[in-house]
Design a protein. Sequence first.
Length: 157
Amino acid sequence: MTYDIFFLRVQPGRTFEETMEERNAAYDPDAEPAPMNLTGDQRAAWDRLTRRVALEVGPITSEEYLYDLTLCRDGPAGRLQVDFAGDSASIEIPYRYPGQAALPIMAEAYRMARIIEDESGLEGYDPEVDQPTRTGDVDTAAAKLGGISTWARDRLT
């Protein structure tokens, strides 16, 4: 289980929540997923965002899979993963950062979120704390990640 931040292409006049509900309503768990088919613009956005993350945040690794592109960041703050599929993306952070240890990794995640938004045109939203990533408070998100990580460490290990 991970702390997830989501990115979608939100159409004018729609909210992030409406866009997410429409995507979820159209999801068929029994259907075979369609392989990723990025446009030239989407591929260029991925290339720009991986370059910027590597320059502005730190070293990364990236892989291309059948259904998405993945960027992993293992740095001093911790580990997180970005999955990108053109019109959607996500950041996944493991629940292994208790208390104050959550602040550096969450600051890095929100920094990467802004790069994803800038380079792809996708809108980021953190449902764990009900806030957009562009204007959201990193400390609030870190407190949530740190609290759940502490709970999991104390009760599940």
